[in-house]
Design a protein around this ligand. Structure first.
Ligand SMILES: Cc1ncc(COP(=O)(O)O)c(C=O)c1O
Length: 412
């Protein structure tokens, strides 16, 4: 049975008091807390198995390699990928998206082409495409969102044309929690002979994902938002597409051979097999180990259960916030189309001031633009406060949060 109170016992940080109040952590969209199982796995790796991977023939290196490759396997199974060849470890979602931009985009995009990006993207799915467009001369076109923050389907369909080579879309918005119908968007993109890149930073940690069912060409996500450590993330890519792509980073590990020809004084280089051809240099081995442990933890709980719990908390928060006269909640309210995230403002309060005030009660929320300034502009918001939930949050925490907001309202 899914029991958030039991789950909480695995998270040492949740025992902390902040400003003499029990810690209420509602900033999960920024990063999640870590269970002792993940912390232990990292500790054990460094205490018992630490060595470099894929290089030496000694026992420790073989153990580290085995762990690192198993981490790719666990990740592949978790998202329904065919094999570890489709799983590239990166620093996080940002580096995964940059890998697509530079490994695929640099060679496949040219003047006259278009890359579609929605107005609800995190900056990490906007900025790499804007930078590359200045180099290659293609156009980045933005797909509008509706007033409630959902994607404007008509705008998307109208924007699709033979010029479009890539559609970039977040699976779940990090501001509103809106869940995009990625399967449908993938179908539209493919009918248009375009590829689709899905930003899964806010979906993979919270809802069940199967890349085959979604039929996405690329999926990017971060370990630290799903109980894992920072500095490890994933780029999933369809094998046939990755095979045709050239690496973005060069160095050790990603090559099969570098042979020097003294006659013309140059090197002939052949790439390593997938996925290693995209993992130049010593990788984040212990990050991979931590991610594997996080995935096992989530699998054990069941992603359907995680989603149901977070949707219930979201519904409860939205309902209870109606008791606050001066609180405005943004985005859709129905958890059929959203999950886990509640953006809001308290009238007359700057979002950062509100977050600071809540901190004095031990409540951690995010404030500002959440790295999604174009969406805030579109929704005509100067900034917003954001409460985002995870498997260890409880209704009692939400009750305390609403009580404190009411108290702040009264004091205005
Ligand atoms: C939707 C979305 N995409 C991308 C990112 C960037 O993730 P990272 O900073 O782990 O690379 C985030 C982080 O907040 C996000 O919410």
């Amino acid at each position: 049975m899914f029991d958030p109170y039991k789950i909480r016992e695995d998270f040492p940080i949740l025992k902390r008091k902040i400003n003499n109040h029990p810690l209420i952590y509602f900033d999960n969209a920024a990063t999640s807390q870590k269970p002792k199982q993940v912390i232990e796995a990292i500790k054990e790796y460094y205490e018992l198995h630490n060595a470099n991977v894929h290089r030496a023939v000694h026992t420790l290196s073989l153990e580290a390699t085995e762990l690192y490759e198993s981490a790719h396997e666990e990740t592949a199974k978790f998202i329904g990928a065919e094999s570890i060849e489709e799983i590239i470890f990166t620093k996080g979602t940002t580096e995964a998206i940059n890998t697509v931009a530079y490994s695929w985009g640099l060679r496949n995009l040219k003047k006259g082409d278009e890359v579609l990006v929605t107005l609800m993207e995190h900056h990490s799915n906007i900025v790499p495409w804007e930078i590359l467009s200045k180099i290659k001369g293609f156009k980045v076109r933005y797909i509008d969102v509706n007033k409630d923050g959902t994607l404007n389907q008509q705008a998307l369909e109208e924007a699709l044309s033979p010029k479009v080579k890539m559609v970039c879309v977040t699976h779940v918005s990090n501001v509103t929690g809106v869940i995009n119908d990625v399967r449908h968007i993938a179908k539209l993109a493919h009918e248009n002979n375009a590829l689709i890149l899905v930003d899964g930073a806010q979906s993979v940690p919270h809802i069940p994902i199967n890349v085959k069912e979604l039929d996405c060409d690329f999926l990017a996500f971060s370990g630290h938002k799903m109980l894992g450590p920072t500095g490890i993330g994933v780029l999933y890519g369809k094998r046939e597409i990755l095979e045709k792509m050239e690496p973005f980073h060069g160095g050790g590990e990603m090559i099969r051979e570098v042979s020097y020809n003294p006659k013309n004084q140059s090197c002939k280089i052949t790439w390593n097999d997938l996925p290693w051809k995209f993992e130049a240099g010593t990788p984040n081995i212990c990050g991979g180990v931590g991610l594997m442990s996080a995935i096992k933890y989530l699998k054990n709980l069941g992603m359907d259960n995680a989603k149901a719990h977070e949707c219930a908390l979201t519904e409860y928060t939205i309902k209870r916030l109606q008791e606050c006269e001066k609180v405005r909640v943004y985005g859709p309210k129905d958890t059929k189309v959203k999950c886990g995230i509640v953006p809001f403002n308290l009238e007359g309060f700057d979002s950062h001031d509100l977050a600071l005030l809540l901190d004095t009660y031990g409540i951690m929320i995010r404030s500002g633009f959440h790295c999604a300034q174009p969406l805030h502009q579109r929704l005509e918001l100067k900034s917003s406060a954001r409460a985002s939930f995870y498997i260890y949050n409880t209704k009692e925490e939400i009750d305390k949060f609403v009580e404190v907001l009411k108290e702040i309202e009264k004091s205005l």
